[in-house]
Unconditional design. Sequence first.
Length: 151
Amino acid sequence: MTTNPQGPAFQSAAQRLHWDPVRFRAISTQPMEVEFELPRTSPLPEPGPWATQAARACVECLLGMRPSHQLMRWLAPPVFDSLTARVGVAARRKYLDGPHAVRARTAWISEVNERTCEASCTVFDGERFRACALRMREHRGRWLVVALEIG
């Protein structure tokens, strides 16, 4: 194997054009239904464990290890549609040869307001660690991911 003396700026075309099936970004710009301070019948789940579970499930979906319809209740419709379209592309590519354990680490939570949280965590996809950022909004007594970015 020869090294390129000119550095990383002069990579071969194959190295530059590598498509990463897990890198993903989707944001819901649709306004949520206005829910006027309805009293909660049950408390929301803890945002940290919920965010790590949602990030792990999204990575598994992008890798073809989980069907996308399982995430329908967790993601806002525009985010779900973007993820489903991306999963179709990744499924045709058959990225993984065999099953790998996808693991998520503890999420760091930042509360934006009473009904909105932002979370960041790392997810190991079987080959490398990835950063995940989620924006979650309360919707009818549960969390809903309205923005998702996986690096």
